[in-house]
Design a protein around this ligand. Structure first.
Ligand code: MN
Length: 495
């Protein structure tokens, strides 16, 4: 047949098709190719809210379309209802896949049959008259067919087969359910894509289990999150003993801390820690992506680290100052507080880093070479916060027992004791909004920064945008010690 309309006419005819779809959301083709006067036909099996077969005939640069609820019958004369629908672009003939739920025609689509059609006479006249007679040369369907418009309703047609060598008594839609393109059934297309990113020995059970209800994040979301932050996170937490907050039923639902190792997968390692007296306890640590994925599998929503590594438990190597503001204290004051702590440490010759806690506080963190023991380490941290408190007692408080913290920032140095922990960088929090304890550059720390916007859903994109320039990337390059001079200086309170 000859094309008698231009490409732009075809585009006009596709206005309805385009209007019904949001091409940001669906992968269906957006527009047709220029008209070539082709004679293709396609039948797509479409598992939408109601299963049907879309019968499409190419004419003048578009696919004329009918939805056939029961599909075509090869039994001569057996009529099947065919509702005329909007013209589709030619590219649609190759479409096989999933239309997202909530979108027009949400569900899965396969190419059930395809080939050429040869109309009797001029199909445009037939279309007008309400009777198309044609031959199909498809992979499943062949022989002569009819589409006849019923008298009453304009868009209601009947599709049926003539008696010939292509007719048969078999139930062809039941006998031949699969795609002529991919060999898959509509059910197979509809299945979630394989989780190829998971290591073979670690399958997620219940990937759809919701762990953060308010943001709709599932166990799979958490696993994908940990994968996206694995590299910078592992650089900071690998081989540090851990305390794990497990919430198998989701945030806020029966969470418990697991400090000691028992019944854990291989990728979560164990380290013996000598307790006071003769007793030893087993703690956990990880050093791989598999370890992080195992955390997701176990429903671990928070990882907290010790300030040391498993190969030298008795030599701390990470100072943490936790700024814990009184409820209602403006964020700007917390920001100022962190900058002040940074300044104090700088005066003692120590470079520090900052991260959000996932709550309203901040952690100022300094890497330290492994020289002094826990006792001296904690004493130094205590002296630092006492000096800061002494500099402005209206703003800071250091005594955890002191009830009166109103309008102040509690400077918590107790994270620096043996066996104490602080939430790990890039750990999620089992809190509202699935916030993340996020490493920052110091110049990102401004009153404008909203720590709630740093969460399980936004972090992967943040890291992507930062590219190689991640905050804390120099953490391991900083070689500094708590010197005897610094200890003396801070103990005298002269900072
Ligand atoms: Mn359809």
């Amino acid at each position: 047949m000859r094309a008698n309309s231009s490409h732009s006419a075809a585009r006009t005819r596709l206005a309805t098709y385009r209007k019904k779809r949001d091409f940001q959301l669906t992968e269906e083709p957006q527009a047709g190719r220029p008209t070539r006067g082709g004679d293709s036909f396609v039948i797509q099996k479409h598992a939408a809210s109601h299963l049907h077969y879309d019968f499409r005939l190419e004419l003048d640069g578009v696919l004329l379309s009918w939805a056939v609820p029961k599909g075509p019958s090869t039994r001569a004369g057996e009529r099947r209802l065919a509702m005329r629908t909007e013209d589709h672009p030619l590219d649609y003939a190759g479409f096989e896949g999933i239309i997202p739920q909530g979108q027009y025609g949400g569900g899965s689509v396969i190419v059930w049959d395809r080939g050429r059609w040869i109309p009797d006479g001029d199909p445009r006249a037939g279309l007008k008259k309400g009777h198309l007679a044609f031959e199909l040369k498809g992979e499943k369907l062949s022989g002569r067919w009819h589409l006849v418009r019923t008298k009453n309703e304009r868009e209601s047609w009947l599709l049926f087969k003539s008696e010939d060598e292509g007719s048969s008594d078999r139930d062809i839609v039941a006998d031949m359910p699969k795609s002529v393109v991919s060999g898959r059934s509509v059910e197979e297309i509809g299945e979630k894509p394989g989780r190829v990113w998971l290591p073979k020995d670690l399958q997620l059970t219940h990937p759809d289990k919701v762990l953060f209800e308010d943001v709709g994040a599932t166990k799979e979301t958490l696993a994908l999150y940990y994968l996206s932050v694995a590299e910078p996170m592992l650089a900071l937490i690998a081989n540090r003993p851990l305390a794990l907050l497990r919430c198998p039923d989701g945030a806020g639902k029966g969470c418990f801390y697991q400090k000691h190792a028992k019944d854990l997968p291989k990728s979560i390692h164990r380290v013996q820690v000598q307790e006071r007296g003769a007793a030893k306890t087993e703690h956990t640590y990880i050093d791989s992506k598999e370890g992080l994925l195992a955390m997701a599998q176990l429903g671990v929503l928070e990882l907290h680290t010790w300030g040391c590594h498993e190969d030298n438990i008795e030599r701390p190597d990470q100072l943490v100052f936790d700024l814990d503001p009184d409820i209602g204290l403006p964020w700007k004051k917390v920001v100022d507080g962190a900058l002040e702590v940074r300044g104090f440490l700088e005066a003692l010759g120590l470079t520090s880093f900052v991260k959000t806690t996932g709550g309203k506080g901040l952690h100022v963190v300094a890497p330290i070479e492994r020289r002094i023991d826990w006792e001296a380490f904690k004493a130094f941290a205590h002296h630092v916060v006492l000096a800061i408190e002494a500099s402005d007692p209206e703003r800071y408080v250091t005594n955890p027992l002191k009830k009166v913290r109103k309008g102040k920032i509690f400077l918590d140095y107790l994270r620096n004791g043996r066996g104490a922990t602080a939430v790990a960088p890039y750990s999620t929090r089992a809190r509202e909004g699935a916030t993340v304890s996020t490493p920052l550059e110091w110049d990102e720390l401004t009153p404008k920064l909203d720590p709630r916007k740093l969460n399980i859903l936004t972090l992967p994109e943040r890291l992507h945008q930062l590219g190689g320039k991640l905050p804390w990337r120099d953490y391991d390059q900083v070689k500094q010690s708590i010197t005897a001079a610094a200890q003396r200086k801070v103990a005298r309170g002269k900072n």
